[in-house]
Design a protein around this ligand. Structure first.
Ligand SMILES: Nc1ncnc2c1ncn2[C@@H]1O[C@H](COP(=O)(O)OP(=O)(O)OP(=O)(O)O)[C@@H](O)[C@H]1O
Ligand SMILES: [Mg+2]
Length: 249
């Protein structure tokens, strides 16, 4: 088992789009997968309780019979930052509980894809942000760069923050969430020159219902495969497992 933390330069940049594609792609390579969206706001009421569209998409893409509360332990109704939504709901996020849920899930597959929430420092509790969650899980980060105006600064800031927090950025993916953006190609070139992590994918804008995308076709498959093979051999010790568990890949 090994995990990947899918972070983004901001909210709405394509973390779910890329996570779903990654799950499909990992499965196409013969790996088993599970997925998590540990904290989600803007959830819809259903007969079974609050449900989040991202978590449902991940649950479906993983294909494994996962209980919803394992995929998304913290679901909030209000479409605001998780910290604010949690305060309104009176149910604070507990990062150690997420880590425990992650560990239980992780035993069940080769890869766990964890979609973050918002940008790198999206607030989760009074003091903690999404970065603290990534740190607690100790996972390598796949950075989704939303190709839009301002993305280069956002990408550089996020990559530096990941490194400053002591985490490894395994690569970045450029994703275009809006149809009208003429600078995607020059941005990709510029990002490739300025970011330290390798470019492991490009997801152009895909018209809804066009039948394109979603199956992992946006990845630089050989490079990503090489990176993940290396990771799956080396990065399987979580901080809370270090004492006695050897890696098993
Ligand atoms: N490559 C793409 N082509 C077409 N539409 C896209 C693409 N990437 C993202 N979108 C659309 O943009 C919106 C935001 O994408 P997505 O939900 O993947 O972002 P996110 O980073 O996961 O957002 P959040 O912060 O809410 O979790 C969605 O409506 C999605 O369908
Ligand atoms: Mg999302």
């Amino acid at each position: 088992m090994a995990g990947i933390f899918v972070a983004g330069t901001d909210t709405g940049v394509g973390k779910t789009t890329v996570s779903v594609a990654l799950l499909h792609w990992l499965r196409s390579q013969g790996w088993s997968v599970v997925a998590m969206k540990p904290v989600a706001s803007g959830c819809q009421e259903s007969e079974a309780g609050l449900r989040n569209a991202d978590a449902l998409a991940l649950q479906q893409a993983a294909g494994a019979p996962l209980e919803y509360r394992q995929v998304n332990p913290y679901a909030y109704r209000e479409p605001v930052s998780p910290y604010l939504a949690a305060r309104i709901a009176g149910r604070p996020v507990n990062i150690p509980f997420i880590a425990e849920t992650y560990r239980n899930l992780a035993d069940r597959a080769d890869w766990v894809v964890v979609e973050s929430v918002g940008g790198w420092h999206c607030p989760l509790t009074e003091r903690e942000t999404a970065a603290d969650l990534a740190l607690r899980l100790g996972l390598p980060v796949l950075l989704v760069v939303g190709l839009r105006l301002g993305c280069i600064s956002h990408a550089l800031l996020t990559e530096r923050a990941i490194a400053a927090d002591g985490l490894h950025c395994l690569g970045w993916v450029g994703n275009q969430p809006q149809p009208e953006y003429a600078l995607a190609e020059p941005n990709l070139t510029d990002l490739g020159r300025r970011l330290r992590a390798p470019a492991v994918g490009h997801f152009p804008f895909v018209q809804p219902h066009s039948g394109g995308g979603g199956e992992g076709g946006g990845f630089a498959a050989e490079l990503l495969l090489e990176i993940l093979r290396r990771l799956s051999r080396s990065v399987t010790l979580r901080p809370f497992e270090c004492a006695d568990k050897p890696t098993h890949r």
